[in-house]
Design a protein around this ligand. Structure first.
Ligand code: AMP
Length: 220
């Protein structure tokens, strides 16, 4: 199963990815997580990406396409993968299509998590993340069990540099201008499924499960 998780920043892609990777036994490929790791390690890519990320803008397509090409051809992706945060532009979607075709694969499903703008901003500005495993928490909706530590590996949680209100709004704007249009690309193929991403994590998880089983969830 090659699954594409689609939705604006703060729609819960990373959170739902957690159970989907277990359910399908496939790796999660989050381009945002890969970039953040490079920024932390101070690599050439990290230095290049940092400015774009802090402004809430997209990192150039050439950089992202090469990153994905290298990642999806690794052995752990042979049985499928879950993409989170890629593609984000029409050229990225076209490049992904081309590279999958050359290895005899395709995207099987796109899952769109729909969340209203004000809810996105509220989620992003209240979000804290684990710098080690990238799990997200929220100080109201999804508190860590222990004071500001990751439930899984106990690392101290941090606030992402791009989760300020101004940058969160810019990222949402960039999503609707540059990323949302690629939904049409996948709708045409009849592989997109839309799910209401509002409500508790467990409620959304149930909707996602049902939508992927094809029992409910509007075909987008
Ligand atoms: P995310 O963690 O998915 O919200 O991504 C954080 C930031 O990383 C974005 O605001 C972009 O600056 C950058 N980024 C992640 N994925 C991509 C992509 N596919 N194309 C361009 N920039 C990206």
């Amino acid at each position: 199963m090659n699954l594409l998780l689609f939705g604006p920043p703060g729609s819960g892609k990373g959170t739902q990815a957690d159970f989907l990777t277990r359910e399908y036994g496939i790796p999660q490929i989050s381009t945002g997580d890969i970039l953040r790791d490079d920024v932390k390690r101070g690599t050439e890519l990290g230095l290049k990406a940092r400015e774009f990320m802090n402004r809430g803008e997209l990192v150039p397509d050439e950089v992202m396409v090469e990153m994905i090409r290298e990642r999806i051809t690794r052995p752990d992706c042979a049985g499928g993968f879950l993409l989170d945060g890629f593609p984000r532009t029409v050229p990225q979607a076209e490049a992904l299509d081309g590279m999958l075709e050359t290895i005899g694969q395709r995207i099987d499903r796109l899952l769109y998590l729909h969340v209203e703008l004000e809810e996105l901003v509220e989620r992003l500005t209240g979000r804290w993340v684990c710098p080690r495993c990238a799990r997200s928490y929220h100080m109201v909706n999804n508190r860590p069990q222990d004071d500001m530590k990751c439930n899984v590996d106990r690392t101290g949680l941090v606030h992402r540099d791009d989760d300020t209100e101004q940058t969160a709004r810019r990222r949402a704007e960039v999503f609707y201008q540059r990323t949302y249009p690629i939904l049409a690309f996948y709708r045409q193929r009849g592989i997109s499924v839309e799910v209401d991403g509002q409500g508790s994590i467990a409620e959304v998880r149930e909707r996602v499960k049902r939508a992927l089983q094809g029992q409910t969830g509007e075909a987008a």
